[in-house]
Structure formats: C-alpha cells, structure tokens
Ligand binder design. Structure first.
Ligand code: DC
Length: 237
C-alpha cells in the first residue's frame, strides 16, 4: 500500500486552486478540504448572529467568544460532484459564496483567534494524511511538513474574469468592476495581515496557470503528485 502524502495548494483568490485541488482528490481518492470555505462559514455565522455592525465592522470580542459554538464540517460530494460545507450541521455551501460573505471574509480571517481555531481543525483533518487542502497558509502554517506544496499564481485581472464568470453562471447580479475590486482588496488584506499572511512557502513549487487549460493544470499536478508519492515510498538510505 502506498504511503499517503499531504498536498497543500496555496494562492490568491480565484486562482483556480480549488478546482485543481478538488479534482486531484477525486482522482487519487484523497480527502479534499477547502480551507477558505471554513473562513467563509465563520463569516456567515457572524452575519447571522448580529456580529457585524451596520458599517461592516466585525464585533471581534463577541465573535471570539462564539468560536467554541461554531462547528464546521463537510458533506461528501453529492450528485453535483461538489462537497458541501456544513455550519453546525446545516448546508451553507451556496450562502458562503455570496458577495456579502466574500466582502467580509478577509477581515474575519485576520483575527488571530479565528485562525488558531480553524488551523487546529485543519490539522485534525490531516491527521491520517491522504489529504488535499487549498487555502492561503496551508504550506506555511497548517502543514509545513506537506510532501507536495504548490503556490498557484495568475494576474488579478485574469482571476477576476474567472470569478465574474462563476458568479454570472450562478445568476448573481454583479459588475466586473465590483468583482475586480473585491479580488484586489482581498489580495491586499490576505498578503499584508500579521498572522499567517499569504506567501509562498520556501519549498513550494510555483505554478502560473494564466495560460493553461484545466486539463494541462491537472496533468502538471498529477505528475508532481506521482513524483512526491514515489519519493515518500522510497526508504531513505
Ligand atoms: O479561497 P477563498 O477565496 O474561498 O477564501 C476566502 C477567504 O478566506 C480569503 O479572503 C482569505 C481567507 N483564507 C485564509 O485566510 N486562509 C486560508 N487558509 C484560506 C482562506
């Protein structure tokens, strides 16, 4: 039996990393965890429980106090092939992708206590290895010992185009300018925050997928996966 590894995919928002991570997990039989969905679920919880003020400030002490009562899990992929995020047992997969949540998730993700709680949950998911996780700090903070780390990059404009198309396909009424502004603002907050800012781990492989088709990206990733699995199955001499 092959030894299972941990795959960490990090990068900016809408870089296509989730699609790659999900597909890699499907093909290898590994567990897939979308860590961004977990930050989104905490944000949704805050919105629903009056922990966001009228001018969009997060009530930080109250949110920190509520953390022990926020449970996040994932339901295995159903007929749509997509794994759904559960917030205290309720399927919130659709709601956590709204613009309202997208606009508030970065300020929630800068709160050190939120990060500590979610990082712990994420480490627990990876206890048995055999996991593909995507996010911002997976290769640096959550699994510094991951056998395969990939940092996915693409320009803000390209990523906004992808996100805009996704939202239109879902029937959301948004303008490209709004989506672009959201992508740029999240990039700024994610890479300048104090705790676990988005940055490439020293031992991560960089992939600029701007000009690659999804198939080419998958081929590239599967090749890296095979290499790393073989390496971790070869006893060190
Ligand atoms: O990947 P995404 O766009 O769904 O992520 C939503 C937000 O969560 C993003 O603004 C940054 C934050 N995030 C984070 O801080 N750390 C992670 N590991 C994953 C996401």
């Amino acid at each position: 039996m092959d030894k299972k590894i941990i795959v960490a995919l990090d990068g900016y928002s809408s870089s296509g990393k989730s699609t790659m991570a999900r597909e890699l997990a499907r093909r290898t039989g590994y567990v897939y965890v979308d860590s961004g969905a977990m930050y989104r679920a905490v944000t949704l919880y805050a919105l629903r429980h009056g922990l966001v003020t009228q001018d969009d400030a997060i009530r930080i002490p109250e949110l920190i106090e509520a953390l022990p009562s926020i449970d996040i899990s994932f339901a295995p992929a159903g007929a749509d092939g997509v794994q759904h995020t559960l917030l205290n047992g309720e399927d919130v997969e659709r709601e956590i992708r709204d613009m309202r949540v997208s606009n508030l998730v970065s300020p929630v993700a800068v709160i050190p206590e939120v990060r500590a709680r979610l990082t712990q949950l994420q480490k627990d998911f990876g206890k048995e290895r055999g996991i593909v996780m995507d996010g911002r700090d997976i290769g640096t903070t959550v699994f510094p010992d991951a056998e395969l780390k990939v940092f996915v990059g693409a320009s803000a404009e390209e990523r906004a185009r992808r996100r805009y198309k996704e939202l239109l396909d879902k029937g959301e009424k948004v303008s490209f300018e709004e989506v672009y502004a959201n992508v740029v603002e999240r990039d700024r907050i994610d890479s300048t925050r104090e705790v676990s800012p988005l940055r490439k781990a020293d031992d991560a492989i960089e992939l600029d997928n701007g000009d690659m088709t999804p198939e080419q990206q998958m081929e590239w990733l599967l090749e890296r996966f095979r290499e790393r699995t073989e390496q971790s199955n070869t006893p060190a001499r």
